[in-house]
Write a protein that binds this ligand. Structure first.
Ligand code: ACM
Length: 541
């Protein structure tokens, strides 16, 4: 039961095992108390063992768990030793100890992932091992789009548990889009009163003839957000909020029509968008808009301690700006290079604004067009090219190319696959993804902070579908993000599949509705017009 996912840097096995019993103790040293609390809670639930605090009198009974900070290890690095003295997990910082504690849970077997013990009399064994481990990348991210389909708070907390179980440490929270605004902003209440729900929803991709004629919506209160951020922090996951500007903003314009290009269209007639695609109704590049969003970001900064704040910047059609006298006057007044220069100015404004507040801007790779403020970082989604250009220009990069790691894309070409969009990207494709392109010199490659898998939810309408699209591919992605490259660099997919046979049982115990290797279960299929295989150009949302 020691088939670990993601694979650690080194494992040495020895004969024997540590037996955890009702008298076993959990001793969390200075700086590791939070990890101790988490471990006692999850193992308490699954095993029923109390794991009392502190050391055993007399000690060295060999049946306890000890957590310690250790000098000489990197912040997320850990060493786990289980031997006749018990289990010792040491980490450079609490994060390292936490990842070691996640490894311990895997060593205990799949039932350690349940919420209650199946059998209170069973014994729990940790095989003797020496594991040395550290992540390859510091940014091991996933993005979840809660704007197209809302994920209630409980589902977000559960999703965070799943990320942490795979040693992923960044949750990019896509909170706003044309189809919904999902975060309470106290000074602009209509963003959620109006912007958080839509009257109906296109079912399937945008060419589908079907609608669901039922309101869809939801949002997180500021207390919900504080809870999500705190829950993530306990699991050493950083939440990076995204407020998407100046495109993908129709929900905000529906709530506050003055944010749109009022000299081009009557923005007071706009509603929260009910279909998919790239929306022409973008923000007006006015002082009113800038002040409005500074207010939004002020509240966002107070809620999210993350160094990085994502401002979107993707897919902003320029047609309304071309036709707007106000936008054209601004271009002339500032001497900008046309509408692209206007977008760059808009993003640059928030780059400076964030930097003045000690934060760093990150945006989709379109923000490179027209130049980027120093310190800003790029999510490279339209392939590797944006990331390569950004790294060469000295900007940090998160590699998340849609061709490889967009998890809304289909996992198989079969007719039963439920999502009729995107390229086919199998578990093996994701496993073989390499975040650092060979074109980069070692110096440039240092700008690759890491990698991220993105899950857009136009056709992913609830938690079950999020599970299906994310898993098992997120397990493969976690290994890409965490595990050191093998030398030579060919990844051992057969070995991964072998370890996955155990990992599926962990996912079963966690109640994850993953795609089974044999294909979707009857209730995971979506036959008919929406499940038709795509023969044309792949990604149409
Ligand atoms: C994106 O997929 N529009 C970033």
């Amino acid at each position: 039961m020691t088939e670990l996912v993601p694979h650690p840097r080194s494992v040495v096995a020895a004969p024997g095992e540590v037996r955890l019993t009702a008298r076993s103790r959990l001793d969390a040293g200075a700086g590791t108390e939070g990890v101790g609390h988490w471990l006692r809670t999850v193992l308490g639930q699954s095993t029923g063992l109390p794991l009392h605090e502190g050391r055993q009198p007399g000690d060295n009974c060999g049946d306890g768990v000890t957590l310690r900070l250790a000098a000489g290890l990197g912040p997320e690095e850990y060493r786990l030793v289980s031997d006749r003295h018990g289990v010792l997990i040491e980490g450079g910082k609490a994060a390292g100890v936490f990842w070691g504690a996640q490894t311990l849970r895997q060593l205990l077997g799949p039932d350690a992932f349940r919420r209650a013990p199946l059998d209170r009399d069973r014994s729990w064994a940790v095989p003797y091992r020496t594991i040395e481990d550290a992540p390859r990348f510091r940014w091991r991210g996933t993005m979840l789009d809660v704007a197209r389909h809302f994920m209630p708070k409980e589902g977000v907390l559960r999703h965070l548990d799943l990320l942490a179980a795979h040693k992923l440490n960044v949750f990019h929270f896509h909170l706003t889009d044309d189809q919904g605004w999902r975060i309470e902003i106290r000074r602009h209440p209509r963003l959620t009163e109006i912007g958080s729900w839509r009257a109906r929803t296109k079912t399937g991709h945008r060419a589908s003839p079907l609608w669901e004629d039922k309101p869809h919506g939801g949002y997180y209160t500021q207390d919900d957000i504080r809870e999500i951020v705190a829950y993530a922090a306990e699991r050493h996951v950083t939440v990076v909020p995204e407020i998407d500007v100046p495109g993908h903003s129709q929900a905000a314009i529906a709530a506050y029509p003055e944010l749109g290009n009022t000299d081009v269209i009557d923005t007071s007639t706009l509603t929260v968008w009910d279909t998919w695609g790239i929306n022409p109704n973008v923000l007006a590049p006015t002082d009113t808009t800038l002040r409005f969003y500074e207010g939004v970001f002020e509240e966002v900064l107070a809620l999210f301690p993350s160094e990085f704040v994502h401002v979107g910047g993707d897919e902003c059609p320029k047609d309304q700006w071309r036709r707007s006298r106000t936008a054209q006057a601004r271009i002339r007044e500032l001497g900008l290079a046309g509408e692209d220069g206007l977008q760059s100015w808009f993003i640059g404004h928030f780059g400076t604004w964030l930097a003045e507040r000690g934060r760093r801007l990150i945006g989709w790779d379109e923000i490179l067009e027209g130049g980027l403020a120093e310190g800003a970082a790029v999510s490279s989604w339209r392939g590797y090219a944006g990331g390569i250009a950004a790294a060469r220009a000295g900007h940090d990069v998160v590699m998340c190319p849609e061709q490889q790691v967009y998890l809304d894309h289909r996992q198989d070409a079969g007719p039963e696959e439920p999502v009729p969009i995107g390229w086919v990207r199998t578990l093996e494709d994701v496993y073989r993804f390499e975040p650092v392109p060979p074109e980069l010199t070692p110096e440039e490659a240092r700008h690759v902070l890491g990698t991220q898998a993105n899950l857009w939810t136009e056709v992913v309408e609830d938690q079950g579908r999020v599970d299906y699209q994310a898993f098992p591919r997120l397990a493969a992605f976690a290994e890409v993000a965490w595990s050191a490259l093998p030398v030579p660099p060919e990844r051992d997919f057969a070995g991964f599949e072998r370890r996955m046979s155990v990992h599926y049982r962990r996912l079963d115990a966690l109640g994850v509705g993953y795609r089974p290797p044999t294909g979707p279960l009857p209730w995971q299929r979506r036959p008919g017009v929406l499940g038709r295989p795509i023969d044309g150009p792949p990604p149409i949302r």
